[in-house]
Design a protein around this ligand. Structure first.
Ligand SMILES: Nc1ncnc2c1ncn2[C@@H]1O[C@H](COP(=O)(O)OP(=O)(O)O)[C@@H](O)[C@H]1O
Ligand SMILES: [Mg+2]
Length: 287
């Protein structure tokens, strides 16, 4: 079965760059899955997101090779607008996302639905529902331009969720948020997954990835170097090569292992630590 997103031999060079920023990428993303994309700064995460969203090649020119298929159809056969309805894209920089033409958070979140010609009464219901979900009802009447970075990130997320896209591509949505705000964004993402959405998330907070994501893709200098279930990727000895953070508990356990403590398995969630270093042999937990 083919995935909702399929990339074959995808390489990309920006118009002004002389090096390829994506190199021979093969990916298959299953419908309804939650995939985290990790990698160091400059490894190509945002560029990959731009490719999945069709900004490359529809908006950014440059040199794109290979094949990008969304839902069985080539990226080249979509209009950018059609893609916009299918794929909700939350930018890394929440300041870009705010339209700048709406004077309240309510209107900002309603903007996309207005453009689709949704009936006013339905717009009101849907916007209120999403404001509640994202916990920003108290910001309803505020000017989007006067919000903090964290508040803008939530408004940007709300403005995308309200459109009810099938696929969500979310680029570092928690960079401006405190731990509580971050947990909350993950709650929302989990809820979206429960609603059957396919989710791609660029994120550095590995503890939360370990807890919620199904799969992890590791990008390194434009190449997909690891791609698999969360547990396999964080437990893969190669992961250490790329200088990317581990989940905290994984880091601790691997340090203990280095100091001679044998591990039954590599833990990725806090509650697994005790079992992972228990003396008796135990199986790898599932999930
Ligand atoms: N618009 C652009 N034009 C030219 N080069 C770019 C552009 N955007 C990003 N790059 C380059 O592409 C590489 C990957 O960047 P990016 O995808 O933003 O990485 P990440 O999101 O992982 O930090 C970097 O070397 C960056 O300098
Ligand atoms: Mg980026």
């Amino acid at each position: 079965m083919s995935g909702i997103i399929e990339l074959k031999n995808v390489s990309y060079r920006y118009p002004v760059g002389d090096e390829k920023v994506l190199k021979d990428i093969h990916l298959s993303i299953e419908k309804g899955s939650f995939t985290a994309i990790v990698g160091n700064n400059g490894s190509g995460k945002t560029t990959l997101c731009n490719t999945l969203r069709g900004f490359i090649p529809h908006f950014y020119k440059g040199e794109l090779d290979g094949e990008v298929m969304i839902d069985g159809k080539s990226m080249l056969d979509y209009q950018l607008g059609q893609l916009g309805e299918k794929i909700g894209y939350v930018f890394q920089n929440p300041f870009i996302q705010i339209s700048g033409v709406k004077e309240t958070v309510f209107d900002e979140v309603a903007y996309g639905l207005e453009n689709l010609g949704v009936a006013v009464e339905d717009i009101r219901t849907r916007v209120e529902e999403v404001l509640t979900l994202v916990k920003i009802t108290h910001l309803r009447g505020k000017n989007p331009n006067e919000l903090s970075g964290g508040q803008r990130q939530r408004v940007a997320l709300a403005a995308i969720i309200v459109m009810d896209p099938e696929l969500l591509v979310i680029d570092e949505p928690t960079s401006q948020l405190d731990p509580i705000g971050t947990e909350h964004v993950f709650d929302i993402i989990r809820l979206m997954k429960e609603r059957g959405k396919t989710i791609l998330l660029v994120e550095h907070k590995m503890d939360l990835i370990a807890e919620y994501a199904d799969r992890v893709i590791v990008l390194h200098e434009g190449e997909v170097v690891l791609n698999g279930p969360v547990r396999e990727v964080f437990g893969n000895p190669d992961y250490a090569k790329y200088g990317i953070q581990y989940p905290h508990v994984t880091e601790v356990a691997l340090q203990l292992q280095k100091e001679g403590v044998p591990l039954n398995f590599v833990p990725i969630r806090n509650e697994e630590l005790a079992d992972s270093i228990a003396r008796k042999k135990e199986g790898v937990p599932h999930g």
